[in-house]
Design a protein. Sequence first.
Length: 269
Amino acid sequence: MRIIGLDYGSKTVGVAISDPTGILATPVETIKREEEVNLKQTVRRIRALCEEYDVHTVVLGLPKNMNDTLGERAELTMAFQKRLQRDLYLVEVVLWDERLTTRQAEIPMLEAGMRYQKRKQVVDQMAAALILQSYLDAHQKQRKEEPKMSEICLEELDWIIVTDPVEEISMDMEVIDFTEIDGIQYLLAIPAYDEEDEDEVEQQEDNDAAFIFKVCEDDAAEFWITEGHSDLKFGVTTDMDDEEFQNIAQVFEDSEEYDLEVEEEDEHN
């Protein structure tokens, strides 16, 4: 999967795309429109590009003022982000500081003696590439600083926060058990409720479902897990084939930490 970068202007949208590894940004095209407020065709083209390149994230440049405040252009960009997030729905649309990118995009073209008309045709997509490259570089650095999956110790986890980045919702969960099979880590967790809230306690008694999460690479993450008292953050997924899921479920059922069969028997008592 890839990431798209966008430079949103009053009559154009510059587009850039990452390589599959998420390291390098490349200019793609400039989407033009006759009227600033008529975004239907623009959104349709962006959606087509997302489908063509199997995009999971769109990085939209946010034109902040140099004093870090937001002006009219930034407000319009944030409105465009909401429109994209609504229409793309399965793709995350994030804002990224784009200050000075248009000027930075023009400098090498000026040094190369490129004529104004030619610069005008490509400057927006070059700016989009700079926005995207800045985002990719920042996240590459972050990934290097984050613990590798092999360094994540699930045994030390107790209470976690599970976040769905698409729905933008989070849930506190209690870690019941963990296991590692063939170098892949799995954890079993249940929703955590406030014991002082009678409604939540009653809800917990009515719905004691447990969730199996598989620790995975960032680009395959369906959810993010964080720990409230530390900087630990890693990706997990529930995407497993039937055989894998049944094998892991059996491991947890046989575990002394959490007997799923006992829980199921209690429901019928």
